[in-house]
Design a protein around this ligand. Structure first.
Ligand code: NAD
Ligand code: GLY
Length: 373
């Protein structure tokens, strides 16, 4: 434990690759101390994006430089388009040109886009550089910085080229969320609710009672949401790091959500978290139509999403009508599919998610006709 501001630590228990997620306010001011415990040398590369650079990069650089770290920075264009093969080629080329060695730590300072890209660069450069996540969006603090999934998108779909590569440390400074636009906070909150919907009805009830406080930036509610989410994710990742089984549950809403995102062209009109939120509603509605889940539970989830301003339809996203075939074409490229069968995370109720590979195609088509813009 570092002698800094009050913080909570959650351990991701993966044997010799175990690491801590430190959660609290004001952590960046002590980043040098946290880093000293995990970085093999004082050479670091910070990868960030233009928005985050303006707000948080100087602070981090100053702290590290004062502690005699040799700091290089790479500032990228914000947005999902940056998670590309072109960008990974450019980033790894730049890292190599900068004269790294195997003890140089890559630090991702930013949201899920920067975390996924920098993590993949760390995974493949010199066959693996030490990696630290400093997530600055709610989505990244509750989900993407934890668990070691790194990836880029390709023309075939989302996250199709990547690696499992665990960080040495996740430093979730909740102060960084103070500068995050409200729409991004809401998009991240969709991933918070997910943990309740998967297997924790009590946490969903907490979300119903306190979700608004998280969206309004209440520090205590936010910290609780981040901690509960990280505990839930750490628990699942420790049981099934490479998603051979239980980890698939974390993809609730993703079979739909990734397909919607791809059809929208990874455009800012539909943020990743928003797409997953609407995908989650589709998963509940599909479960209801298959009589797996009660109408009351499906409606209760829809009502909470509506109250906190998450999308309950995709109207206004698309310039043209989307057909089920457009969405099915994306779903057929989903990583979770097996033997040509589409894979969905469906529910028997709130907190009772499970993997289903037998969704009747007619029911799915009908659902898409009804839900699509
Ligand atoms: P993002 O990284 O694009 O960040 C959202 C926006 O917020 C960007 O414009 C960014 O510049 C800005 N921003 C970031 N921090 C800020 C701050 N503190 N203040 C002001 N602006 C800030 O998006 P995201 O929602 O964080 O992440 C989405 C990505 O995460 C997707 O690519 C998704 O596939 C990925 N993801 C990965 C995992 C995983 O397990 N690896 C899990 C979930 C999502
Ligand atoms: N976001 C899904 C996972 O990390 O497995």
């Amino acid at each position: 434990m570092i002698d800094g501001p009050a913080s909570t630590e959650v351990t991701v228990d993966l044997g010799e690759r175990s690491y801590n997620i430190v959660i609290g306010a004001g952590l960046i001011a002590h980043a040098d101390d946290y880093l000293a415990a995990v970085a093999p040398s004082r050479r670091v590369i910070i990868v960030t994006d233009e928005n985050v650079a303006v707000l948080w990069l100087e602070k981090l650089k100053t702290v590290l430089s004062r502690a005699n770290y040799h700091v290089l920075t790479r500032v990228l264009t914000p947005g999902e388009q940056t998670k590309s093969l072109d960008q990974i080629a450019a980033l790894t080329d730049w890292i190599l040109e900068s004269g790294v060695d195997r003890k140089t730590t890559v630090i991702a300072l930013g949201g899920g886009v920067i975390g996924d890209l920098a993590g993949f660069a760390a995974a493949i450069t010199l066959r693996g550089l030490p990696f630290v996540q400093i997530p600055t969006t709610l989505l990244a603090q509750v989900d993407s910085s934890v668990g070691g999934k790194t990836a880029v998108d390709t023309r075939h779909g989302k996250n199709l080229i990547g690696a499992f590569y665990q960080p040495h440390l996740v430093l979730a400074d909740t102060d960084t969320l103070s500068t995050l636009p409200a729409r991004q906070v809401a998009a991240g909150y969709a991933e918070v609710i997910k943990y309740g919907l998967i297997n924790d009805l009590g946490f969903f009830e907490w979300c119903e009672a306190h979700g608004r406080m998280v969206l309004d930036g209440d520090p205590i509610a936010t910290r609780h949401a981040v901690e509960m989410s990280c505990r839930a994710k750490a628990d699942i990742v420790a049981q099934d790091e490479k998603e051979s089984d239980r980890r698939a549950l974390l993809n609730l809403g993703h079979t739909f959500g990734h397909a919607f995102e791809a059809e929208a062209g990874f455009h800012d009109l539909l943020l990743h978290g928003e797409s997953i939120a609407f995908g989650t509603l589709c998963a509940f509605e599909l479960s209801r139509r298959l009589e797996l889940c009660s109408s009351q539970d499906a409606e209760r989830v829809r009502s909470h999403f509506y109250k906190v301003g998450l999308p309950t339809n995709l109207n206004g996203i698309a310039e043209r009508h989307w057909t089920p075939d457009m969405i099915l074409a994306h779903m057929r490229k989903d990583k979770k599919n097996e033997d040509g069968n589409l894979t969905f995370i469906l529910v028997h109720g709130i907190g009772q998610a499970y993997v289903n590979r037998n969704v009747p195609i007619d029911t799915l088509r009908e659902l898409l006709w009804d839900m699509l813009p």
